[in-house]
Design a protein around this ligand. Structure first.
Ligand SMILES: [Zn+2]
Length: 454
């Protein structure tokens, strides 16, 4: 029997077991696992470990300073290893009144499982396990060695992941990685090959230990004005970031990446403008320019500003303290610590030595080589299953912890999964279509098959 026909048997098995796969998703969704409140975390980690073991994995629950990390290993036919990353924690379900059915009951309504975590990220866990179970049932083995890492702190910024990965490099070693992805599925598969970095700064100014009566506004320094003046030197009204050195480490796109950016579907700005009552886009860019800028340019954003009195009505004071949160989304190879140093130098050179700058959170930008084996495997899997090339976002839009695997383990990766933009991840009525769950399992089976045969 040819290998192609054999994969059809695997795919048919996935179809036959659809009901069991949905029940498996419901089981995971019915166990709350809210990382912010630590609700159900221990039970969920144990359940994930058990599910891996039931599939045939050798699974281990690792203690970390935060929530446990579960790893798994199952050897396969080809002596090459594919690593899968998922997370078992979820966002809080509140506000509960907005849910059409209770968030941890996992009811199937109109062909979709409604539950917190259904798409983000338990559906991804289950679709992958369904693919592995199909290989084992039909062939008695996986196409290649498979490793799993499932963490429980993704929704709170993965604080334990980096040190865990650094301490367990051999355990996680692999030639390719499939990362979770929750919102990008369309009829054509979409891959993201990396992540933006994040440099989250707090800028603070204190000119007195109290706020004064504003009758003193002409004689006392106002911390809010100091901070506004400082911020206004960092970006001009044409969106130029003026912090010296900010752009120094940006690596130009390769010709292949340029080609992939050109192939991405242009954003529909008019549609977004109608939906969100947007007044316009920055710089008045065309849809194609907008797409390119969003994918490839870093940002320098004021996420919040706090000073003086901002409540209802009137209160007349001179602000003695002011604070701003600034978040910069970074592209390869910008470094958050270096950006902090650039901001510090920029402030000092302009006489703002009194303004404190602190790095509150950082993640590094990273991207896979678009010619890496795992990317080629996804392309081949897409052609095999859907008859088309996938859409490849060579960078990724968010600041997920993919950089930890890319940089510390040197494993190229592709993010792809079962969710759609309509899956309402993080919102009330998060949902996953049963058809997408089952199709996602086939997609994972095809990727593993192609990866093994490269
Ligand atoms: Zn999430």
């Amino acid at each position: 029997m040819s290998q192609k026909a054999e994969l059809n048997d695997v795919l048919a098995y996935i179809d036959r077991k659809a009901e069991k796969t949905v029940a498996g998703l419901q089981e995971l969704c019915r166990q709350p696992s809210v990382s912010t409140t630590h609700t159900g975390i221990e039970e969920m980690a144990a359940l994930v470990k058990r599910r891996l073991e039931e599939t045939g994995f050798q699974a281990t629950l690792h203690r970390t300073p935060g929530h446990p990390i579960v790893t798994g290993f199952l050897p396969g036919k080809a002596k090459k290893t594919l690593l899968f990353y998922n997370h078992y924690d979820v966002q809080p379900a509140e506000p509960l009144s907005e849910w059409a059915s209770p968030p941890f009951e996992a009811r199937v309504v109109d062909g979709a499982v409604i539950a917190r975590g259904s798409t983000d990220n338990k559906g991804n866990i289950v679709s992958r396990l369904a693919a592995f179970e199909a290989f084992l049932a039909v062939r008695g083995e996986l196409p290649c060695d498979v490793k799993y890492i499932i963490e429980g702190e993704e929704e709170v910024g993965s604080p334990s992941l980096e040190s865990f990965v650094l301490a367990n490099k051999p355990l996680l070693a692999a030639e390719g990685c499939v990362w979770e992805d929750n919102t990008t599925r369309e009829d054509i598969p979409i891959l993201a090959l990396g992540n933006k970095g994040l440099c989250y700064l707090e800028l603070a100014c204190r000119t007195a230990n109290v706020d004064f009566h504003s009758s003193n506004g002409q004689i006392y320094e106002n911390a809010a004005w100091r901070l506004v003046w400082a911020l206004s030197t960092m970006k001009d009204e044409k969106e130029n970031i003026k912090v010296e050195g900010f752009f120094d480490d940006i690596r130009p796109l390769s010709p292949k990446e340029e080609g992939l950016v050109d192939k991405m579907k242009p954003y529909n700005f008019a549609g977004r403008a109608r939906k969100f009552e947007l007044r316009g886009n920055l710089l008045g860019l065309s849809d194609r320019e907008l797409t390119r800028r969003h994918l490839t340019a870093p940002s320098f954003n004021i996420a919040g500003f706090d000073a003086g009195y901002t409540g209802e009505g009137v209160k007349t004071i001179v602000s003695g303290r002011a604070r701003a949160k600034v978040d910069c989304r970074l592209v390869v190879d910008q470094d958050p610590e270096k950006i902090l140093a650039c901001v510090r130098r920029h402030l000092d050179r302009r006489g703002f030595t009194d303004i404190e700058a602190r790095l509150l959170f950082r993640s590094l930008p990273a991207k896979s080589d678009p010619d890496a084996g795992i990317v080629r495997a996804c392309e081949a899997a897409s052609r095999r299953l859907y008859g088309v090339d996938p859409i490849i976002n060579p960078f990724g839009n968010g600041s997920t912890p993919t950089w930890i695997v890319l940089r510390h383990l040197g494993i190229p990766l592709a993010s792809t999964g079962v969710g759609r933009i309509t899956s309402r991840t993080h919102s009330a009525n998060e949902n996953l279509k049963v058809a997408d769950l089952i199709d996602g399992a086939k997609w994972m089976a095809a990727i593993a098959e192609e990866f093994a045969s490269l």
